[in-house]
Ligand binder design. Structure first.
Ligand SMILES: Nc1ncnc2c1ncn2[C@@H]1O[C@H](COP(=O)(O)OP(=O)(O)OP(=O)(O)O)[C@@H](O)[C@H]1O
Length: 988
C-alpha cells in the first residue's frame, strides 16, 4: 500500500519550431567608425524590434519556471509593449513550481527516467499506474508519448523496460501482458486495433464501469516485446483521426489511450492463485487515474513562444491545479482465483514440468559444481607441487653451501677448543716465567712449541679466516633459504585452499628440518673426525710417553746400579746412557715431529737451565676448570704429580733412583704387564739400599765370574736408530736380512735365566698402517687382556712378575723376532747358556747385548751345579763373544724361588768385574751359583715361556712405531721411533 499523495506533474517545454524560430527577435549591434577614428558600438537598436514573437518561458531550475518574465532591457520592453500608462503591469512574470521541469533540450530518455520508470516497479507489484500528456495542440504531446522511429517516446521506452523486467522475473512468475489501444473522438470510443472496415457499434464502444472502468469489445493483443508494442502503437496511430490545425499540421484531433494490462502470477501456484494487475493511460477512463487507486504522472507540454501565450498560460494554471489533486491511498490489485478441479491437472502437469526442469538444472548445476571442484583441486595440487618444487630447488641450491658452513663452523669450534687449551697452558707457563728468572729448558721449549701450535689455530679462528668466510657465506645461504621457505609458505593464491596451504607449510617445515639435520650431520662428522684424529695422536703419545718413561726409569736404574758398583763402571755407564738417551731423544723427536708436525729439538733452548734440574712435573688437566686462558692475577700452577715430585726432589747429578719410588709403579695403572715385575720389589727390600738386589736377596749369591775377574772392556751402551730398511727388517717377525747381521744375539740372548723368570709373553706392538685404528693397532691388548692374572699360589705368578730391563727386553724381542720365534718358541738347546768356544765360534751366544740381562744360570751339559762366588756386575758392554751369566737365586731344586729372585738383573760380570774374555768360562763358573736354575741336558723347562716386550709392527705392516736397542758390536739394536704410516702430522 502506498500512502496518499498527489499527482506528479512534470512540465516539458518543447523547442521552438522552425517557423517560430524565424519570428523570434535576434540580438544585433550597430557599430560605426566615429570621426575620431574610434570604434563605436551602440546598444542594440530597434532594427529587429518588429519581431512578432518572443519567448514567454524562462526556466529557473529543474522545478521552477517563469511564465512571461519581465524584460530587463527597457528599450526592448518598450518595443515589445509600446507605451503603457504608469502602474500598468507590462509582464505576467508568473512563477510556477512543478515536480519536474524539462527544458527544450531534454531528451526522451530524460523524460522517461524521471516520469514513467518509477511507476514500472509499482505496476509489477500490482498497483495501477497512469501516464498522460496534457497540453495545447502542437505543444509536443504525441512527440513525448509516442515519439518517432528515430526518437521513440515513453511508450516504447516504458514497454522495453517492462519486458526486460518480465524477463527477469520469468523464473518466479508467469506474467501476462495485454494491450489495448483506443481513440476518443467526439465523445466516441473507437478501437484502433481493429481492421479498418470492421463494424463498430453505433455511438462507439461502450464503457462498463464496475470496480474499474472497462471498454467493452476492445481488441486485446499480447505483445512479447517492446518492438511489437511499438508496431502496435504505430498501427494505431495510423488509424487515428487526424486534421491539421494552425499549430500542428498533423494534429491528431483526438485522445488516444493505450492500455497495458499486466497480470502476474507466481509459478508456485497453490489451489488459490494470487494475481496482481496493473493498468496504464483519459476522460472517464482517467477517473481512477486522477484521484483514484492509481499512481499518476501528468506530463504538461507547453510551447516556448508567445505564439501560444494564452494556451501556455492556461495549461500552466491547470497543471498547477493538478498538483494540488490529492490521491487516495493506493492499494494493490490482488485477487484470489479459486481454481476449478479441472485446472488441477493442468497445474500438476505444469508443476511436474517445472520440477523436471528444475531437476535438470540442479543436476547440471551439480555437474558444474563437481567440475568446478575438480578443477579447483587440480589447480590447488598444481600450486602445491609448484611451491614444493620451488622449495626443493632452493634447498638443492643452498644445501652444499649450508652444509659446508656447518662443517667449517665445526672446524672453527674445534680450533677454538684447542686454542683455549693451548692458551691455558701458555698462561701457566707465562705465569711461571714471570715468577722465576727464566723457564727451564723443557718448559721454555714447551712454551715455544705451544706457541707454534697455537699459530694455525689462531689463523683459523680469526674473523676473516677462510673457514669463517665460508661460515658467513653459509649463514647468508641459510638466511636466503629461510626467506624462500617463508615466502613460499606464505604465498597468497586464490588457488590454494586451507588444506593446500597447510600442506605447503608442512613441507616448508620439513625442508627446514632436513636442512638442520644435514647441518648437524656435517658438524657431527667433523667432530667425529677430529676426535678420531685426536685419539690417534693421543694413543701415539701415550705409547711414546709411556715407553720413554720406562726407558728413563731404566736408565735411572742403570745409573743407580753403576753408582752402587763404584766408579769403575760409572763413567762408562753414564757415557753409554748418554748416547742411548740421545738416540732415544732423537727418535722421540722424530716421532713427535711426525705426529704434530713440529720438532721439539728445533724449539729447544740451550741456554736455559737444565730441564732435569728444574723439572717439576707435568700439568695434568691444564686447569680444565678454568673457562679460558688464565688471565687472573693468580697464575695457574701446574699440577705436579706425586711421582714427578719425587723426581724433582732428586739432587742434580745424584742417582735418580735415590729417594724415589719406583717410577714403574705409576705405569701399573696404564700398562699392567709392565708394572707386574716391579711389584716384586717391596719397600722393605728397597730400604736395604741394595746396589744389586739379587745379591742381597740371595744372601749368598755372587756373580760367577769364572775367575776371570772384572771385565776389561769398556762398558758401552748405544742406542742407535738404524736406517729405515734395517728398522723395517727388524720389525718383521720372521727371518729377514737382519737375521744374518745379528746371529750371535739371537742365539746367545736366549738364556735359561730369562726363561726361568719369564713365563708370560708380553708383546706390545704399535702397528700403524694407513691409520691407527682398532683393527691394526695392536698394543697386544689381547695379550694383556687375555692373559689370566697369575695367582700368588701359582708358581707362574711369580715368574710372571719377573721382568728385565725394558731396554734389554726390546733387544730380546728383536732377537726373537729375527729368529722367527717371536713369543712361544720353546727354548732349544742352543739357547741354553751355551758356553761359547774360546775362539768365539759360538758367536751366537758370545755376542751379547750389553743391556741384556742373563736369562739364568745353567749347567753345562748337565754338569753339577757349582757354587761360584760371584760379584754382581752390570756389564753394559761386552766384547764380542762375551757372555752374560746369571747368578740369581738358588737352583730350583734347592729351594723355592723367591720373589726377589725375579728382580731383573743386568749383565753379570765376573767377580773381578772382568766381563771380557771367554764368557763361557764365566758361565761355567756361574753354573754353580746358588740360585741357578738347573736345566738338565741344557733343555728348557717346558713351563718357561719367553717374556717379551715388543713395540714392533707386524711382519706385513709398515713399521710405524718400533723400539729397538742396538748394540753395534753385538749386532743387536734397540730403536724407538714413532711415526705414522702417512707421515702427516696428526695434530690437525
Ligand atoms: N520536444 C520536442 N522536440 C522536438 N520537436 C518537438 C518536440 N515536441 C514537439 N515537437 C514537434 O512539434 C510538432 C508538434 O508536436 P506534436 O504533434 O507532438 O503536438 P501535439 O501536442 O501532439 O499536437 P496535437 O494535439 O494537435 O496532436 C511536431 O512536429 C513535433 O515533432
Amino acid at each position: 500500500m502506498v500512502a496518499a499523495g498527489s499527482i506528479n506533474v512534470a512540465v516539458r517545454v518543447r523547442p521552438p519550431t522552425s517557423w517560430e524560430a524565424t519570428r523570434l527577435p535576434q540580438a544585433t549591434y550597430d557599430s560605426c567608425i566615429r570621426t575620431d577614428g574610434a570604434l563605436s558600438i551602440s546598444p542594440a537598436k530597434a532594427v529587429t524590434n518588429n519581431a512578432p514573437l518572443r519567448e514567454v518561458i524562462q526556466i529557473v531550475d529543474d522545478r521552477v519556471l517563469t511564465f512571461d518574465p519581465e524584460e530587463r532591457d527597457a528599450s526592448r520592453a518598450f518595443v515589445e509593449r509600446g507605451f503603457l500608462p504608469p502602474g500598468t503591469k507590462r509582464y505576467k512574470d508568473r512563477r510556477f513550481i512543478f515536480d519536474k521541469v524539462f527544458d527544450h533540450q531534454a531528451r526522451q530518455e530524460d523524460v522517461f527516467h524521471n516520469t514513467a520508470k518509477p511507476l514500472l516497479t509499482n505496476l509489477l507489484d500490482g498497483y495501477n499506474a497512469t501516464i498522460f500528456a496534457y497540453g495545447a495542440t502542437g505543444c509536443g504531446k504525441t512527440h513525448t508519448i509516442s515519439g518517432t522511429d528515430a526518437d521513440p517516446g515513453l511508450i516504447y521506452l516504458t514497454m522495453a523496460d517492462l519486458f526486460q523486467r518480465i524477463e527477469d522475473r520469468r523464473e518466479e512468475f508467469i506474467i501476462d501482458v495485454v494491450v489495448t489501444f483506443l481513440e476518443i473522438y467526439n465523445e466516441e470510443i473507437r478501437d484502433l486495433l481493429t481492421e479498418s472496415g470492421t463494424p463498430t457499434p453505433r455511438g462507439g464502444l461502450q464503457i462498463r464501469e464496475d470496480k474499474t472502468v472497462k471498454v467493452v469489445g476492445l481488441q486485446e493483443l499480447r505483445p512479447k516485446s517492446a518492438d511489437e508494442v511499438k508496431a502496435i502503437v504505430a498501427l494505431g496511430n495510423s488509424r487515428r483521426t487526424q486534421s491539421p490545425t494552425h499549430a500542428n499540421e498533423t494534429s491528431s484531433r483526438s485522445h488516444a489511450v493505450l492500455q497495458v494490462h499486466v497480470t502476474q502470477a507466481p509459478r508456485t501456484a497453490n489451489i488459490t492463485e494470487q494475481r496482481t494487475m496493473g493498468t496504464f493511460k483519459l476522460t472517464r477512463l482517467l477517473k481512477f487515474s486522477l484521484g483514484g487507486n492509481c499512481k499518476t504522472v501528468m506530463i504538461v507540454c507547453i510551447a516556448p513562444t508567445s505564439l501560444h501565450f494564452d494556451d501556455t498560460q492556461n495549461t500552466l494554471v491547470y497543471a498547477e491545479r493538478a498538483t494540488r489533486i490529492k490521491t487516495k491511498v493506493v492499494t494493490r490489485n490482488v485477487v484470489n482465483v479459486d481454481r476449478h478441479v479441472g485446472q488441477y491437472v493442468e497445474a500438476i502437469n505444469r508443476l511436474n514440468l517445472e520440477v523436471s526442469e528444475l531437476k535438470q538444472k540442479l543436476a547440471g548445476k551439480r555437474d558444474v559444481e563437481a567440475d568446478k571442484e575438480r578443477r579447483r583441486r587440480q589447480e590447488a595440487a598444481a600450486e602445491v607441487a609448484r611451491s614444493k618444487s620451488d622449495m626443493q630447488v632452493k634447498a638443492e641450491q643452498m644445501q652444499p653451501s649450508i652444509v659446508d658452513g656447518a662443517s667449517c663452523a665445526g672446524k672453527v669450534a674445534i680450533a677454538e677448543a684447542k686454542l683455549k687449551v693451548i692458551r691455558t697452558r701458555l698462561a701457566q707457563l707465562d705465569a711461571e716465567a714471570s715468577t722465576s728468572s727464566a723457564l727451564s729448558a723443557d718448559l721454555e721449549t714447551e712454551r715455544q712449541l705451544l706457541r707454534a701450535l697455537a699459530g694455525p689455530e689462531e689463523d683459523v679462528v680469526k674473523a676473516q679466516s677462510a673457514l669463517n668466510v665460508r661460515v658467513q657465506r653459509s649463514n647468508n645461504s641459510d638466511a636466503m633459504f629461510d626467506a624462500t621457505l617463508r615466502a613460499v609458505s606464505e604465498r597468497k593464491s586464490d588457488k590454494l585452499d586451507e588444506y593446500a596451504g597447510d600442506n605447503v607449510k608442512l613441507d616448508a617445515r620439513w625442508r627446514k628440518a632436513e636442512m638442520e639435520r644435514a647441518k648437524a650431520e656435517a658438524s657431527r662428522d667433523v667432530l667425529k673426525e677430529a676426535i678420531t684424529t685426536q685419539a690417534e695422536a693421543m694413543v701415539s703419545l701415550i705409547g711414546l710417553v709411556s715407553r720413554c718413561t720406562v726407558m728413563l726409569s731404566d736408565a735411572s736404574r742403570i745409573l743407580g746400579t753403576a753408582t752402587a758398583e763404584g766408579r769403575d763402571g760409572l763413567e762408562a755407564t753414564a757415557k753409554a746412557l748418554s748416547s742411548s738417551l740421545g738416540h732415544v731423544a732423537e727418535s722421540n723427536d722424530e716421532a713427535f715431529k711426525a705426529l704434530l708436525g713440529h720438532s721439539v729439538a728445533s724449539y729447544a733452548v740451550g741456554a736455559a737451565p737444565s730441564s732435569l734440574q728444574s723439572f717439576k712435573g707435568y700439568p695434568a688437566t691444564l686447569g680444565r676448570s678454568t673457562s679460558g686462558p688464565s688471565t687472573s692475577s693468580q697464575p695457574a700452577k701446574p699440577r705436579v704429580s706425586r711421582r714427578s715430585s719425587s723426581y724433582g726432589s732428586a739432587a742434580p747429578g745424584s742417582p735418580l733412583r735415590k729417594g724415589h719410588k719406583s717410577p714403574r709403579r705409576s705405569l701399573r695403572s696404564s700398562i699392567a704387564p709392565s708394572t707386574a715385575p716391579y711389584r716384586r720389589v717391596s719397600d722393605k727390600e728397597k730400604g736395604k739400599k741394595k746396589g744389586v738386589q739379587w745379591r742381597d736377596e740371595a744372601g749368598q749369591g755372587n756373580i760367577d765370574d769364572g775367575g776371570l775377574g772384572a771385565p776389561t772392556t769398556t762398558p758401552s751402551i748405544t742406542l742407535s736408530t738404524p736406517d729405515a730398511a734395517e728398522s723395517s727388517s727388524a720389525s718383521v717377525f720372521g727371518p729377514s736380512s737382519s737375521v744374518q747381521k745379528r746371529p750371535a744375539s739371537v742365539a746367545g740372548s736366549e738364556s735359561d735365566w730369562e726363561d726361568e723368570k719369564t713365563e708370560d709373553s708380553f708383546n706390545v706392538s704399535f702397528s700403524h698402517n694407513a691409520s691407527l685404528d682398532a683393527s691394526t693397532s695392536t698394543v697386544s691388548a689381547s695379550a694383556i687382556r687375555k692373559r689370566p692374572r697369575a695367582s700368588r699360589l701359582d708358581p707362574s705368578f711369580l715368574k710372571s712378575k719377573s721382568r728385565g730391563s725394558n731396554l734389554e727386553s726390546l733387544a730380546e724381542n728383536d732377537e726373537d723376532i729375527m729368529m722367527g720365534t717371536p713369543t712361544k718358541r720353546p727354548l732349544g738347546d742352543r739357547n741354553m747358556n751355551r758356553i761359547p768356544s774360546p775362539t768365539g765360534s759360538s758367536s751366537s751366544s758370545s755376542t751379547m747385548d750389553p743391556l741384556h740381562i742373563p736369562k739364568g744360570r745353567e749347567r753345562q751339559h748337565g754338569s753339577p751345579a757349582k757354587r761360584v762366588p760371584m760379584t754382581p756386575k752390570v756389564v753394559l758392554g761386552l766384547s764380542k763373544g762375551a757372555r752374560r751369566r746369571s747368578v740369581i737365586g738358588p737352583m730350583r731344586n734347592d729351594r723355592p724361588r723367591r720373589r726377589s729372585s725375579m728382580i731383573p738383573q743386568l749383565s753379570p760380570v765376573d767377580r773381578d768385574g772382568n766381563n771380557s774374555g771367554d764368557t763361557s768360562q764365566i758361565l761355567n763358573k756361574s753354573v754353580g751359583g746358588a740360585r741357578r736354575v738347573p736345566i738338565n741336558g741344557g733343555e728348557r723347562s717346558p713351563a718357561k715361556r719367553v717374556k717379551r716386550m715388543s713395540l714392533l709392527s707386524g711382519p706385513s705392516s709398515r713399521m710405524n712405531a718400533s723400539a729397538r736397542l742396538k748394540i753395534p758390536d753385538a749386532n743387536t739394536s734397540a730403536e724407538m721411533s714413532f711415526s705414522k704410516g702417512v707421515g702427516k702430522p696428526t695434530w690437525r
